[in-house]
Design a protein around this ligand. Structure first.
Ligand code: SF4
Length: 437
């Protein structure tokens, strides 16, 4: 492979407080509404490059990607998911006019390759591992193909952590333990992008990667890990044993749906807690309406059971489910009060392209637009079954205000520390004085 250089760009995208600055006065003190996790996409793509190919990286959140000179790179590679797509297209158009070949990869290009090809010379769909040799040989020959398709079963590259500085307040790394999923949830893009079967990562490789993480807090990007399927249980057990054998201490957090909690019995929950699991990012309102999940008592008792074991739940309440009314204040707030938790989020259901939910809403003529920057959970981008988009958005803003009205900054920061460890915030929260207590 001849010496080449690629310039990678991570486009910026907007979070709640940028879209709704009227919430800043109340929420920014609690450090919610603006936090981002570091993406694994570009660090993985760089790690998979053949020897002799070098990379420069621009995080558009930290420096304007339209101004950072790619300095003669052989191509510009832009990795993004849906809320970044509009910005990615603008950046691509600018550098394309200046003669740079543009290559797209990531979740959105995998879900919408045809749309992306209006803005890029080539699109990589699915995992990039195993594709670079072909892509770069074609690039060197001036014969880029329009589309390259990755294989879900390709070996996992070890991400080059640190390649993409997050600039976020949230000091947390992401650890990939599997690729793809066979569960076909209507709202989820994973099966379409990474395959409709679960490819588990080699346990020792996952442990090596875990040892490379830059922060003590690590997000496990795979809620199936907590399930009671024998393969998931065996993998988790080997992972726990490996952590102990290597004396590798991390504070883990993992995504979970209410059904995940049901399937995580107390014995396995204790094993996970001893292995370092402190926080579950509990996603409510996607699998089932909030009016069903939050009111039958089972979820609350699971949340309290896990709290007793030492695993907190950071609930995210998703609005806009077809089975819910537009206003769900009287469903969410009593549940939140009964949990006694101090960290929660509100999001509006996002019909991501590539999902059955997106196709269904599109078929029904209920998608309002394709302004991808608004597919970020801050806006209602579809016509809800009950009420109007404006009513759903108003409920979201009301809930954000209500959730944090009664919580002092100190209480919220202590919840961060309990869930993610002392190092999670730039200024260790435990060192701060509580003005409200
Ligand atoms: S939401 Fe989770 S369980 Fe459902 S398809 Fe996506 S990755 Fe699989």
């Amino acid at each position: 492979m001849q010496a080449m250089r690629l310039h990678f760009i991570y486009p910026r995208w907007r979070k709640l407080l940028e879209d709704h600055p009227q919430l800043c006065a109340q929420l920014s003190a609690h450090e919610v509404g603006s936090l981002r996790m570091t993406s694994l996409g570009i660090p993985t793509a760089i790690a998979a490059l053949p020897a002799g190919v070098t990379a420069s990286v621009c995080n558009d959140h930290l420096e304007d990607a339209c101004s950072v000179d790619p300095a003669g790179a052989d191509a510009i590679c832009i990795g993004f998911f849906t809320p970044q797509a509009s910005r990615a297209y603008a950046i691509a158009e600018l550098w394309r006019r200046r003669g740079y070949p543009i290559i797209f990869g990531g979740i959105h290009p995998s879900a919408c390759p045809e749309e992306c090809l209006n803005h890029a010379d080539a699109v990589i769909t699915g995992p990039v591992e195993g594709l670079w040799e072909t892509v770069l040989a074609d690039l060197a020959a001036g014969k880029l193909q329009r589309r390259y398709s990755g294989q879900p079963c390709a070996p996992f590259a070890m991400p080059q952590r640190g390649a993409l500085s997050s600039g976020s307040q949230l000091r947390i790394d992401v650890l990939q333990t599997s690729r793809g999923c066979d569960r076909q949830c209507a709202f989820c893009v994973v099966p379409a992008v990474n395959g409709d079967g679960i490819q588990r990562r080699d346990v020792e490789a996952a442990l090596d990667d875990c040892a490379n993480t830059n922060h003590p807090a690590v997000f496990l990007a795979d809620e199936n890990l907590l399930h009671d399927d024998p393969n998931d249980v065996a993998w988790a057990q080997a992972f726990h044993e490996g952590l102990q054998r290597r004396r590798l201490r991390r504070w883990f957090t993992a995504a979970a749906y209410p059904r995940t909690l049901t399937r995580l019995n107390s014995e396995r929950a204790r094993a996970w807690q001893q292995a370092g699991l402190r926080q579950l990012y509990l996603i409510c309102g996607y699998m089932q309406p909030l009016s069903r999940e939050l009111t039958d008592g089972a979820l609350l008792s699971d949340v309290l059971r896990l709290q007793d074991i030492g695993i907190e739940c950071l609930a995210t309440f998703t609005l806009g489910n077809d089975g819910d009314p537009a206003a769900v204040d009287d469903i969410v707030l009593p549940f939140w009060a009964a949990c006694g938790a101090h960290l929660a989020e509100v999001t509006i259901s996002v019909p991501f392209p590539g999902t059955a939910r997106f196709e269904c809403l599109d078929r029904q003529g209920r998608l309002l637009h394709r302004h991808w920057e608004r597919y970020n959970g801050s806006w209602c981008v579809f016509v809800p079954r009950h009420g109007s988009p404006a009513e759903v958005e108003a409920c979201s803003l009301r809930l954000w205000q209500s959730l944090y009205a009664e919580r002092s900054r100190y209480q919220v920061q202590q919840a961060y520390v309990r869930g993610f460890g002392q190092d999670i915030l730039r200024e260790p929260a435990a060192d701060r004085q509580d003005p409200g207590n």
